[in-house]
Write a protein of this length. Structure first.
Length: 263
């Protein structure tokens, strides 16, 4: 597992967000936010609603204006680039919703992911996606509207992967999924993506699961990083677990642990 910190310098084809201030025209939502994602690393961004997580994703993809600070991929400043140019440079993005075309088949959705590439190259990359997500292969002729929630999410990620991004942004990939399926998406598929060398930035509402699968974590509050560090250390902090689990759940945890000691 990668050992570089979430605040290290830019790695080859990694993502760096440095002192970014961004918003929608009024008071800024992001207030000098910085983070780094290295190849092969999963960095989780968690926090309460309104913390600025979605704004962060939009600032990186170019759909929200950055008033100061920079965004780089592989050391190249992409702050003022169009979204399409960022994509060509290796930035992939899977939004929380509208990540697939309902009226198209699985195969057609994947082909759309490589619309800027030669057909032969697209076919090879689709084959690679099916190798990564073999459960999609038998569904290749099924329209996306007939897929389950988990299948749709894998298809959305697969469509982004056809463009072979070096940096992949995942915005709430477990939204509306069951706890069991959410765990599969995060612990198996997201982790596997990073293990192929992709730098993965994960925004996730299921904070504890995100901390368990990631290497580094940032806890956002009010558009600022309040806590940053190795995910295991952040997860072990009692104040973090109280925020995301609640005091009642912690009492149950403590009781269970005490029972285990007695047995």
């Amino acid at each position: 597992m990668p050992t570089s910190s979430g605040n290290a310098g830019p790695a080859a084809q990694g993502l760096e967000v440095a002192d970014v201030v961004a918003g929608y025209g009024g008071a800024p939502v992001l207030k000098g936010l910085s983070l780094t994602v290295s190849p092969g690393q999963v960095v989780a961004v968690v926090g309460p609603n309104g913390a600025g997580k979605s704004t962060l994703m939009r600032a990186i993809t170019g759909t929200v204006r950055i008033s100061s600070g920079i965004v780089t991929i592989g050391g190249v400043d992409i702050t003022k680039w169009s979204s399409e140019r960022r994509s060509r440079h290796g930035l992939g993005y899977v939004p929380q919703s509208r990540d697939v075309f309902d009226s198209l088949t699985v195969q057609e959705n994947l082909s759309m992911g490589g619309y800027m590439l030669p057909k032969r190259e697209v076919d090879d990359r689709i084959t690679n996606v099916f190798s990564l997500f073999p459960s999609l292969l038998p569904l290749r002729t099924r329209v996306a509207s007939k897929l389950s929630g988990g299948e749709r999410k894998l298809l959305g990620i697969g469509r982004a992967l056809v463009a072979t991004p070096t940096v992949l942004l995942l915005d709430e990939p477990t939204a509306s999924l069951s706890p069991e399926l959410s765990k599969v998406i995060l612990t198996e598929h997201v982790r596997r993506l990073a293990d192929t060398g992709v730098a993965v930035l994960l925004v996730e509402q299921k904070a504890l699961q995100a901390l368990e699968v990631s290497d580094w974590a940032h806890v956002l509050v009010g558009g600022e990083t309040r806590i940053s560090g190795p995910s295991g250390e952040v997860l072990a902090r009692r104040d973090i677990r109280e925020v995301f689990l609640g005091a009642a759940a912690l009492a149950i945890e403590a009781s269970t642990a005490e029972d285990g000691k007695r047995s």
